[in-house]
Design a binder for this molecule. Structure first.
Ligand code: ZN
Length: 152
């Protein structure tokens, strides 16, 4: 349970991003890594956006830690977020777990107890996997997982 309540998104699982969602379901943060560029590919996809390589993409597990690069406190959401707020939207610079390689910078939420009062640039964070079960008319109960972060 996270506070404040933030709705989870329905996500489309594709051949290209399935390893990311499978790893998240198992408590890991796995991302594609381009060996020629020595860089992670965010968002997950089969082709490196920098060098267009598709042959040298491998999946690596990241430590799930990072630092707040930038953030904004949203006082009151809109749309399906209208019951939420205040909440924190942030870019997190992920630790790669590799020497000399930066992790990607991901857009996410900082959740926990009153994160809007504690968050600051460069604050250490760790990943959490926010989950729920949504009943789908065609698929039945579907477990949804979303990558979010909490202050360390
Ligand atoms: Zn590349």
């Amino acid at each position: 349970m996270t506070a404040p309540f933030l709705p989870l998104a329905d996500v489309e699982t594709t051949v290209e991003n399935r390893p990311f969602w499978d790893a998240l379901r198992n408590g890991r943060l796995d991302l594609p890594y381009c060996a020629p560029c020595s860089a992670f590919v965010w968002y997950p996809r089969a082709i490196c956006p920098a060098c267009h390589s598709g042959n040298d993409i491998m999946w690596r597990t990241l430590p799930g830690t990072g630092r707040v690069y930038s953030y904004s406190v949203v006082a009151k959401g809109s749309g399906r977020w209208k019951e939420s707020g205040p909440y924190v939207v942030a870019y997190v610079q992920l630790d790669s777990g590799l020497v000399g390689v930066d992790g990607p910078r991901v857009l996410t939420n900082i959740v926990g107890d009153q994160p809007q009062q504690e968050v600051k640039v460069d604050a250490a964070v760790r990943m959490i996997i926010d989950s729920d079960v949504k009943n789908d008319a065609k698929l039945g109960d579907v477990v949804r997982n979303l990558l979010r972060f909490t202050l360390v």
